[in-house]
Design a protein. Sequence first.
Length: 220
Amino acid sequence: MFEQVQQQLQKHGYMARCGQIVDASLVQAPVQRNKRDEADTVKEGTMPLTWKPHKRAQKDVDACWTKKHAKSHFGYKLHASVDKRYKLIRKIAVTNAAVADTTVFEALLDPSNTSKAVYADRGYPSAERESALEQAGWHVHIQRRGHATKGISAAQKRRNRRIATPRARVEHVFGALAQMGGKLVRCLGIVRATFALHLKAASYNLKRLVFLKERGLPPF
């Protein structure tokens, strides 16, 4: 369905333009209350032998814990690529919350975008990545990140500020998804979570398409 909505966007002339913004957002899932030994077994990718079928059906063994800004979160992570001009979601991926944002970065790149500009925040910098992207013809705009022993230069701070404005457009998309319940899934398992989040992304794109047409924003 998500891909069919993409075809509808193309049919109405709203092609991916002006570059793309890659980012990720945590999606909360029902917290699992497991004993320590049960949690250790789940981390190994299996289920405790003591769990009966009805209990197994109520346990989410795919969601994971992670920390962000010193706060613990349990669930999944929605990774998305949004085109800069129309703020439409062009590609998404769903992982457990513990997966690093950088893991699926390349998989989210949309080669159909009319611009080769790619924007991302401080969670994605990598000299190897940027070199490979530039060799492939991409125009990389990834914010720089300082380290504990070395901060960033004044020039890098100015560069980060220049990137911040266009990159912030993706936050509007995640905010809209949150209003649609996109920051929460009530189902169990990554297959169902992936299905639910794809539906929400498709719904967002349809709502956005209606908005663009009602506001008379031409597809160019």
